[in-house]
Design a protein around this ligand. Structure first.
Ligand code: HEM
Length: 144
């Protein structure tokens, strides 16, 4: 696994470049921003916030293949999944991805009038933000 290789190399003062860490903050930031914008749209009664929330949802989805792909590259493929801490992180990450895929039809239906579907959009965005935070928390245990 490239992660273990990275740790071993650190002792000899050479570093392995990891692709995942520079990318992981995008889905985390987009999912938190989506929830915040939905709350602001409701409080300020302004649909512009909902339009921006939809954009952050799309950007979060678009970032996922790169983040997940980079995670597996850094792991050195599926062999890296034998580690318990990695499994916990990957399970949480895949749950995060699935929750967001399930939310696509909800957003598609709600786009014309997001205010009317606010509760379900906000509940989905809150679940997404919580899972993003949890996934990042578990990911932190994989770093020295
Ligand atoms: C199934 C897909 C994923 C795999 C295989 C994976 C794998 C890894 C690995 C191996 C690390 C250790 C650092 C590295 O080698 O790059 C890590 C760290 C981390 N991962 Fe993931 N990851 C996945 C998905 C995600 C997702 C979707 C998120 C964000 C929501 C995420 C957030 C993080 C964070 C925040 C860290 C700590 C990085 C740091 O502190 O710089 N990961 N992950």
């Amino acid at each position: 696994m490239r992660l273990a290789q990275g740790r071993a190399e650190k002792e000899t003062m050479t570093e392995t470049f990891l692709y995942h860490p520079p990318l992981v903050h995008f889905p985390i930031a987009f999912s938190f921003l989506e929830f915040l914008l939905l709350v602001l749209g409701r409080v300020k009664k302004n649909d512009e916030y909902f339009r921006f929330a939809f954009l952050t949802f799309v950007l979060c989805l678009l970032s996922l293949p790169f983040v997940v792909g980079a995670g597996f590259v850094d792991l050195g493929g599926f062999a890296g999944l034998r580690n318990d801490r990695v499994q916990r992180h990957v399970f949480s990450a895949l749950t995060f991805a699935v929750i967001n895929l399930i939310r696509i039809p909800r957003w598609r239906q709600a786009r014309q009038n997001p205010g009317a579907s606010w509760a379900s959009l906000a509940a989905g965005a809150a679940a997404s933000a919580l899972l993003a935070g949890l996934t990042g928390y578990f990911g932190g245990f994989l770093i020295d």
